[in-house]
Design a protein around this ligand. Sequence first.
Ligand code: CP
Length: 315
Amino acid sequence: MKNYLSISDIDNLSEWVKEAQKLKANPKADKKLGADKTICLLFFNNSLRTRLSTQKAAMNLGMEVMVMNFGNEGWALEYGDGTIMNQNTSEHIKEAAQVVSQFCDIVAIRAFASLTDKEQDEAEVVLNGFKKYTSIPIVNMESSVGHPLQALADAITMEEQKTKVKPKVVLSWAPHPKALPHAVANSFVEMMQLQEADFVITHPEGYELNEAISKNTTIEYDQKKALENADFVYVKNWSSYTDYGNVSNQDSNWMMTMEKLGSAKFMHCLPVRRNVVVEDAVLDSEQSLVIEQANNRTYAAQIVLKKILESLSKR
Ligand code: CP
């Protein structure tokens, strides 16, 4: 595998999940695989879980790790071809990506959606800019439209927790005071489409995700109805996709409560705003899987890096 940019880079999900579980049981088993290899983690946005879990995964594989908060500390990058750079950008992606390639063997990038320019966000200018000009493998640590490492960790968590072959899984929108991207929801939907599950998305009208991603998935606008007999409830806020980046609804009735959750397991990628997105009682209950989801981020990243390192060793 050259890159891990989206869920579509997973060639065999059930095999990857099984391998990740094996790594979880023995995290240092492949300690020699990454010897003399360096990964560079470039963050254009904040992170807790992605930064620590990807670093931990790389260390488990014996890699050296360099981390740079590019958004605060790097030169402002230019992505356009032929731009006269006499404004705010100082360095072109053409040089920056090639320079990064001199120092490491794999580059992992976090670059969120702007939520102001849909066309630019969907073009994934940062990720695709690096892809175009770097010579080394790239890992997506959450881009404008996807968070495939989170979705892989979610798949590992559900495999560990499910009690039936085809569970009912609900992705439920939640209120939030800020405009948030669609990346986590998009990748979770794509992941569920690869799974054996009775999958339903519920959100207020006007919060439809990109139809190219939600395609044949059932959408139920009545949250109560959607949650009936759920085994897993994944809660996430996202801003409007059609009225791009806008927050037109902060209805607290959409917050997840213990009463609505019933006996289902609760999932969220974190960070989460308590008593806005979900009430304390849910997060503090035995039904919450959020800490295990975060823990599984290490093994999701580790299986991805392992596959890339194996393909590098064959070159
Ligand atoms: N879930 C997730 O990606 O967390 P961070 O933003 O803290 O990395």
